[in-house]
Design a protein around this ligand. Structure first.
Ligand SMILES: [Zn+2]
Length: 461
């Protein structure tokens, strides 16, 4: 047992209490007491303790939309239109990955996430060629929690354009279905329950309605999660209207992609009826404001979804669309961008952004009884931020300071299931020097194999 004391605890518990000079008692990987430091000192006078003086403690952050394989192609396609972005850069580079590249990129991504306070994430689309086993091993050894979703597909096109996928990214129905279930049997529940295996079918256009229904059925039988990109760009909405006469949420409901085990990603192009369907069915949404802004996809109607009772969580998306996996910076986007769109400064306050990144993310992963808040009985997943810095001073409201002024670089300590994985800003479970060196070398080799030369807009001499 260990006591973490003298921190400012932003609990995100049902009363949303913020406990000054607070303490957390952790035993067996879970919180067994949370209170003022003085109270826990009286109750546990002789237990070992760690001082969090000057730190703000939040529940571990949850990133509900991650492409692990894209960390190593960070910045590969800035300022490009989405279908070119995919067809000329992202798919071509990823289509040249080996399993060793897949593992190296996952290590880079998870290292970045741990150091910036993310304790759980949903990977949305693992391709066969990235090597599921190697990536699952990285998750287990790093100490992070994850839902790894494996691609399922049966059509090699995307949305309205006849942009055939890079051959390295094309997979078939039988293999993707069979291997997703095989990985589920092998890895679901690994790492003391930290790892889950989900279905990650491609976007409409890459999957037939029949296959979506089959996935939905298979997932239901096993209580597996499903995550899908939907209504990201206007063309997605047009495609569904033209081919099926349906709006995005109507289509999702029609093919079985709704309900509490389904996490729909982006959901930018929705109407009021779509939002009603999501609320009625308890379907979760992963909001990715920075990616949607950078790719000029639009701004998701998040204040409207929250008002309707839809559970909206937060995601960063990938290295080419964001270009960081820092959930702290993503909270800032999630708070600010809706004020700009609605011309209402009172929508999406800092508190709403922190909810999206914690308790709402836990719900989206089906883990709201385990993580997402600092509460007795839950897993001891938490982050201590060091706010003793000029740009974070003074701090009148720790939630505002975190969302509006902090970044992931302000993370000091990260604990997952009681295990310290980051201390004084340093990762304890991963070899940072080797991971960065390998990522640089492998990234250069992938570009060479893909036959693309990277040319920045300004000359580098
Ligand atoms: Zn994505």
């Amino acid at each position: 047992m260990i006591i973490y004391e003298h921190g400012t605890l932003v609990t995100v518990d049902p009363q949303r209490r913020i406990i000054t000079d607070g303490a957390l008692a952790v035993e067996g990987g879970r919180f067994i007491a949370i209170d003022k430091t003085q109270v826990l000192r009286e109750r546990f006078p002789a237990e070992p303790r760690t001082d969090l003086q000057g730190k703000v403690v939040t529940p571990g952050l949850i990133n509900t939309h991650v492409h692990l394989a894209q960390a190593m192609i960070r910045g590969c396609a800035d300022d490009m239109e989405l279908l070119d972005w995919l067809g000329k850069r992202v798919w071509v580079l990823q289509g040249n990955y080996s399993e060793e590249d897949g593992r190296a990129s996952a290590e880079l991504c998870i290292l970045e996430m741990l150091k910036s306070g993310t304790t759980a994430f949903v990977e949305c689309m693992l391709a066969e060629r990235y090597g599921f086993d190697g990536i699952a091993e990285v998750v287990v050894h790093s100490g992070i929690r994850a839902a790894l979703s494996k691609i399922v597909m049966d059509v090699a096109t995307y949305a309205t354009k006849d942009s055939w996928m890079h051959p390295g990214m094309v997979e078939d129905r039988e293999t993707t279905l069979k291997n997703t279930l095989a990985m589920y049997d092998k890895w679901d529940g690994a790492g003391n329950g930290r790892l889950a295996v989900w279905f990650g079918p491609r976007t409409p256009g890459g999957v037939t309605p029949e296959l979506y229904r089959e996935i939905s059925e298979l997932a239901r039988e096993r209580d597996m999660g499903i995550t899908v990109h939907l209504a990201e760009v206007q063309a997605d909405r047009t495609y569904l209207k033209e081919h099926f006469g349906q709006t995005p949420a109507q289509f999702a409901e029609h093919v079985g992609l709704v309900g509490p085990r389904v996490l729909l990603v982006h959901m930018v192009w929705l109407d009021a009826n779509d939002i009603d369907i999501l609320a009625r069915t308890g379907t979760h949404v992963s909001h990715n404001p920075a990616s949607n802004a950078k790719l000029a996809s639009g701004i998701a109607p998040v204040p409207e979804m929250l008002a309707a009772g839809v559970n909206v969580a937060l995601g960063t998306d990938g290295g080419p669309s964001n270009n960081t996996y820092d959930v702290v910076r993503e909270m800032r986007w999630a708070s600010y961008v809706h004020k700009a769109r609605t011309l209402d400064p009172m929508v999406t306050p800092a508190e709403a952004a922190l909810e999206m990144a914690t308790i709402n993310g836990a719900k989206a992963m089906g883990l709201e009884n385990e993580i997402g808040s600092l509460e007795v009985g839950k897993q001891a997943d938490f982050v201590a931020f060091d706010l003793d810095k000029p740009r974070l001073t003074p701090s009148m409201n720790p939630v505002s300071t975190l969302v509006c002024a902090a970044t992931g670089a302000d993370v000091d300590t990260v604990v997952i299931g009681g295990r310290i994985v980051v201390q004084a800003g340093h990762a304890l479970t991963m070899d940072e020097e080797r991971i960065l060196r390998e990522a640089r070398e492998r990234a250069a080799a992938v570009w060479r194999r893909a036959g693309i030369e990277f040319k920045p807009s300004w000359p580098i001499i």
